[in-house]
Write a protein that binds this ligand. Structure first.
Ligand code: SF4
Length: 214
């Protein structure tokens, strides 16, 4: 079962690496499917790959990645124990915000990853992943406040890069991260009691077919 899940995750990653469904493929060096455990209890979702991620094909490397590693250490986790990905898998040029059409086109890949991993906790990092679960939410107002639905917790956090740009946010970010273990334990108990997240419409859908240019 775990092997099947790992293989299915590898298949999704292979599709992502060859994907040409939106224009972000034109400027990417490498697509960044995500990294970590296919059976992780915690899934982190950021915005999109940056310069270093695009070069290495890995999520959250460079300064933001180092800071994310530090945050994980605070709660005695390392990267192998979680899964880390983004709402778009290819770098937007000059690190601009991903466009709505790019997020929508890439969404089936993230949906598939979530359905395969089936995490107890989803942590959003920054505005674009937050908008998926907290539409209209403002990060300054809702950061660190979990939403619990059917045995899964959704926790909105600041993006690590935003905290690096504004060091005043560090204590806030670290307090928010320090809550994760107790929320995870609560979700374990709820899941053991039979609470299960619904499979949302479209989450099982395969990625859209490649569009012919002709
Ligand atoms: S849909 Fe996603 S994986 Fe495909 S080219 Fe766009 S950003 Fe990359």
């Amino acid at each position: 079962m775990a092997d099947d899940r790992h293989e299915a995750m590898q298949a999704v990653a292979a599709e992502i690496r060859g994907c040409t469904l939106c224009d972000l493929h034109l400027s990417r060096t490498k697509a960044v499917p995500g990294a970590g455990s296919s059976s992780a209890d915690i899934l982190f979702i950021g915005e999109g790959p940056g310069f270093h991620e695009d070069r290495q094909g890995l999520p959250f490397v460079g300064r933001s990645g180092d800071y994310l590693n530090d945050l994980l250490k605070l709660i005695h986790l390392d990267r192998d124990a979680v899964f880390i990905t983004n709402v778009v898998k290819c770098r937007p040029p000059e690190n601009r915000d991903p466009l709505p059409v790019e997020i929508a086109t890439c969404k089936p890949y993230l949906d598939q990853q979530i359905n395969l991993i089936d995490p107890l906790v989803i942590v959003t990092l920054g505005r674009f992943s937050m908008a998926r679960y907290f539409p209209g939410g403002k990060i300054t107002q809702i950061h660190g406040k979990p939403k619990i639905e059917n045995g899964r917790a959704y926790i909105p956090l600041f993006h690590p890069a935003a905290v690096l740009r504004n060091p005043d946010l560090r204590p806030v970010m670290e307090a928010d991260v320090n809550q994760i273990p107790s929320i995870l334990e609560d979700m374990r108990q709820k899941r053991a009691a039979g609470s299960k997240p619904p499979e949302s419409a479209g989450d099982d859908a395969p990625p859209p077919q490649q569009l012919s240019l002709f």
